[in-house]
Design a protein. Structure first.
Length: 561
């Protein structure tokens, strides 16, 4: 899969003032784009609208289309974090557009020689929206809440190697590890480790993240309406940022931001073409080619650190989901490349293991597993004693191989579920699709009975970290994220190796081990990865989605008047 930056991304960076014309020419040439072709693109854009104003303009509300529903804006307990997190909250570290770690709330960090302590020094003058100073004690309170298994999200398990947290003084925070845990730097940069004021969270109790938010980001919470929108307004007293790649270190330019959920994919392109929204995440992929030819729009596309996974419940032993041969048969019945072509318009790729080929830890060894082979799949279910009944559905010991597939009520999820339904029908399985709104969906997956099978789309800056949650025996229980209730000792051993890596070399080796064992033993079945596609209108400047952070930040964004 080609993971290089596209010419559309380069043009977006040029319009936002992040690339000089010389850099644009050099980097475009590296992509095989001639100076003549580039000149035609620039001329077309110039004819549609001026390239940029000389200086950023303060004011205006950015309207951004979002392809999912919105979750509770609480980093400690939510199941997912959405784009508003990057406006309301900051984490200790941040991913730069080149993939390097940069300071955010922490101005510096250091890992001890034995790998068992990590020390962060916070920036000076940090504040929460409420006016409380950002101190090491405030960060400790947040991280302690994340580690509390009663109140925190399933991702808290990523912090299990942390033995204790120490606020040494006002600005110095130390994480003490049970064992070396090199990966912790990649954990604390993510949205679930964004820093919220625990004093405000306690005051608001169960309403935190719904009726109020107290973070350190450049915008203040205004409203959250599930299924509709999230709005924020500029924080006039924002003390400023130290992120090196942000041009604007001070108060935000925008008056506010409104994210609108657009669950029907066919509506997304139309909304931005009609200027009803200014920016958009993930139009219907069949619309991307049309959007790319629109001179009023800029389109960026890159492989996401994400994937779709299919999790049959190991507790359905009557259907042999606990048997490796059955899971492998189901996987061989799925033509992943056909899904990429038919549903993703080739803006994506097949997943034969747990993570995308674009990820730095990816190992090609997984590609020997899970290739499409329907005849082999049929032979494998026959080996387990399943034979087709009069209606073509497999039966064994009087049990028909019929089960439900729980998915989120979003158009692509429903489409992918239909493809799985048809693929498994070819194998002789009867699948009923259960499409639920987001809240009901997670409620079903996390309930005592769970789902008979589920389809899930994960998105995370370090995909192995989050994929572990779906396959770890420790999370194979109600309310946790191993929704297939898988318990496999070889998978657990690979997870342990990843969590105890003391340096970059050990981490890479553990990543190879984990991917290979998941591809072979299938605690959950990987399907496909889609490209992330971002679209903006020419009135938007300083908006920079990039490969290494799942959503853009809004400090630099401004609107032409």
């Amino acid at each position: 899969m080609d993971t290089r930056v596209t010419v559309h991304e380069l043009l977006a960076g040029y319009r936002a003032g992040r690339l000089s014309r010389r850099d644009l020419l050099i980097r475009s040439a590296a992509l095989g784009v001639t100076a003549t072709a580039l000149g035609e693109l620039l001329a077309r854009e110039a004819a549609a609208a001026p390239l940029a104003q000389d200086e950023p303009v303060v004011g205006g509300t950015l309207r951004e289309g979002y392809d999912l529903d919105f979750t509770m804006l609480d980093p400690v307990s939510t199941n997912w974090y959405d784009p508003a997190f990057h406006a309301l909250y900051d984490s200790l570290l941040i991913d730069a557009p080149d993939g390097t770690l940069q300071p955010n709330l922490a101005e510096s960090w250091e890992v001890s020689e034995d790998g068992k302590t990590v020390t962060f020094v916070l920036k000076e003058g940090g504040l929460f929206h409420s006016g409380r100073p950002l101190t090491a004690q405030a960060v400790k309170e947040d991280y302690d809440a994340v580690m509390d298994p009663v109140n925190s999200s399933p991702l808290a398990s990523l912090f299990t190697p942390v033995e204790s947290i120490e606020a040494v003084d006002e600005r110095t925070l130390v994480l003490h590890m049970k064992h070396p845990y090199y990966e912790v730097l990649n954990v604390v940069k993510t949205g679930f480790w964004a820093i919220a004021n625990m004093e405000t969270r306690t005051e608001l109790a169960g309403q935190y993240g719904q009726s109020g938010v107290d973070g350190t980001g450049p915008f203040l919470f205004e409203e959250w309406v599930p299924g509709s929108h999230v709005t924020v307004t500029r924080w006039e007293d924002y003390p400023g940022s130290i992120v090196p790649y942000f041009t604007n270190k001070g108060t935000a330019y925008l008056d506010g931001i409104r994210w609108e959920t657009i669950l029907e994919a066919a509506q997304r392109a139309v909304r931005i073409e009609n200027a009803e929204i200014d920016t958009l995440r993930n139009p219907a992929l069949q619309d991307v080619a049309r959007l790319q030819t629109n001179p009023d729009l800029s389109v960026s596309s890159y492989s996401e650190p994400s994937g779709y996974i299919f999790s049959p419940s190991f507790e359905r032993t009557d259907l042999d989901f606990h048997e490796l041969t059955m899971r492998q048969a189901m996987s061989h019945a799925i033509d992943r490349q056909a899904i990429v072509t038919a549903l993703l318009s080739d803006l994506g790729g097949p997943l034969y293991g747990p993570i995308a080929p674009a990820d730095v830890y990816y190992t090609p060894a997984v590609e020997e597993f899970n290739q499409f082979d329907l005849d082999r799949a049929k032979a494998m279910v026959a080996e387990l004693g399943w034979t087709p009944g009069d209606d073509g559905i497999l039966t064994k010991n009087g049990v028909r191989h019929a089960f439900s597939l729980t998915v989120q009520a979003e158009s692509f999820n429903r489409d992918l579920a239909s493809v799985l339904q048809a693929s498994l029908a070819e194998l002789g399985m009867e699948v009923t699709i259960e499409a639920l709104d987001r809240g009901s969906y997670f409620g079903k997956l996390n309930s005592e009975e769970g789902a008979e099978s589920s389809l899930f789309y994960y998105l995370w800056p370090v995909p192995i970290d989050v994929f572990i949650l779906f396959v770890d025996s420790a999370t194979a229980m109600p309310g946790q994220s191993n929704w297939g209730r898988a318990k496999l000792s070889d998978v657990d051993a690979a997870i342990k190796a990843w969590k105890q890596a003391a340096n970059a070399e050990e981490l890479e080796a553990a990543g190879d081990q984990f991917q290979t064992v998941v591809a072979e033993q299938l605690p959950t079945i990987p399907l496909v990865v889609r490209n992330s596609v971002w679209v903006s209108r020419p009135n938007v400047h300083g908006w920079l989605p990039h490969q290494y952070d799942i959503y853009p930040h809004y400090n630099d964004v401004w609107l032409s008047q």
